[in-house]
Design a protein around this ligand. Structure first.
Ligand SMILES: NC(=O)c1ccc[n+]([C@@H]2O[C@H](COP(=O)([O-])OP(=O)(O)OC[C@H]3O[C@@H](n4cnc5c(N)ncnc54)[C@H](O)[C@@H]3O)[C@@H](O)[C@H]2O)c1
Length: 362
């Protein structure tokens, strides 16, 4: 079966859990064509073959014999990301890697280096950063509209069932250090951890306490972290998968000239002082933002597959353009590394009881 559109970039997806979102997003994306999928599970392969009508492979090595494949989306369990993606890079294909890059910095760095060495592009999925509201916040902060930010926090109050942790393939990999790199912070919280690090210009140090309260897992289902950002501001990261039935994902940032508060993707407050002191204009801006971003029903609070796949589509279309324009993807492996660094430091701080300064802040 040849590619249907000879001008489209040929994509393949490895791993058909969240990978099914990748398949849908590739089919939606302009300039992309889903030519193959790969999974070691025959049932998932058969279902995907039926749903997407593309070639199927039982191993990455077989997939990499397929000349139509130019980009591989890696959505296997996290502890296998570098292993699979490095083989993809060695074959000369570009990589879109699910979050996080891998479970530790050694593996994340090996993946980044392999993509450099073999001259292929590495994009990391962090769809929260690509949301238009996230961009508005980043622009406001970078333009100094909030003045000097002195505080930022995220509070992820989510829920995962025992069945969630027992499931997946290999069964039970979620919530393990070896395959998931941690629990509520590294897996569920990492989108928001990446987001807050990006908005604030990086995390310098963390002091964390973690606990495992409601699940039979190795890593944390509650993590509470005091943060010092590289710009000197303070903050907090709270991530849990023990907030039945799955509540909200909140964000706050305060500077000496303004405050922004979100509950999920709903703007609760957007109050930024104006140079001219015009309070009506200040309130009008907040009303505009609240009307544009009233919230959405597609939250991962209780079910990871309930998140929409629009963000994945943006990543796929960006990779298509990055290839045509011979530029880096919008979120590269290097951009995504800091979130892994923060999560690894959170684990170390919780384990040792010490405040951990990140290497990238030294
Ligand atoms: N961006 C997001 O919002 C989001 C949401 C959920 C999960 N994820 C990420 O997606 C990744 C996968 O998570 P999941 O929940 O889908 O896990 P999962 O266990 O449900 O699915 C993983 C799939 O990979 C397959 N697989 C395992 N080893 C393989 C190999 N060597 N070769 C080919 N296939 C293999 C399994 O058979 C399974 O179908 C994780 O890194 C996770 O962090 C991202």
């Amino acid at each position: 079966m040849a590619k249907q559109d000879p001008n489209a970039i040929g994509f393949a997806v490895v791993g058909l859990g969240m990978g099914r979102h990748h398949c849908r997003s590739i089919r939606e994306a302009a300039g992309a064509e889903l030519v193959a999928i790969c999974d070691i599970d025959p049932g998932r392969r058969a279902k995907a073959a039926q749903d997407y009508g593309c070639r199927t492979y039982a191993s990455v090595d077989e997939l990499l014999q397929d000349d139509d494949v130019q980009v591989v989306n890696v959505a296997v369990p996290t502890g296998l990301h570098a292993d699979v993606a490095i083989r993809v890079a060695q074959s000369g294909r570009h990589v879109i890697c699910e979050k996080p890059l891998d479970v530790n910095l050694e593996k994340a760095d090996a993946l980044i280096a392999a993509c450099d060495d073999f001259g292929v592009k590495l994009a990391s999925i962090f769809q929260r950063r690509l949301h238009p509201l996230s961009k508005r916040i980043k622009e406001a902060v970078d333009a100094g509209r909030l003045g000097t930010p002195h505080w930022a926090d995220i509070h992820l109050y989510w829920y995962r069932t025992d069945g969630y942790y027992a499931g997946g393939n290999p069964p039970g990999w979620k919530g393990t250090f070896k395959m998931d790199g941690g629990g509520a912070c590294m897996n569920q919280g990492i989108h928001s951890i990446d987001f807050i690090g990006w908005v604030m210009g990086g995390v310098a140090s963390v002091y964390a306490k973690t606990g495992t309260f409601t699940h039979a897992i190795e890593a944390e289902d509650v993590g509470s972290v005091l943060v010092t950002f590289k710009n000197g501001a303070l903050g907090n990261i709270t991530c849990t998968t023990s907030a039945y039935p799955g509540l909200t994902n909140d964000f706050h940032i305060f500077g000496n000239r303004g405050s922004i508060a979100l509950m999920d993707e709903k703007v609760i407050a957007w109050r930024i002082m104006r140079e001219d002191g015009d309070k009506d204009a200040e309130l009008a801006e907040e009303r505009e933002l609240q009307a544009l971003y009233p919230g959405s029903d597609s939250s991962g609070a209780a079910d990871p597959m309930a998140v929409g796949f629009d963000g994945h589509t943006v990543h796929v279309e960006d990779m298509v353009r990055a290839i045509h324009e011979n530029r880096d993807p919008i979120i590269t492996g290097r951009d995504a590394r800091h979130a892994v660094e923060i999560c690894v430091a959170i684990q170390e701080s919780a384990r040792t009881g010490r405040e951990i300064t990140l290497d990238s802040a030294r």
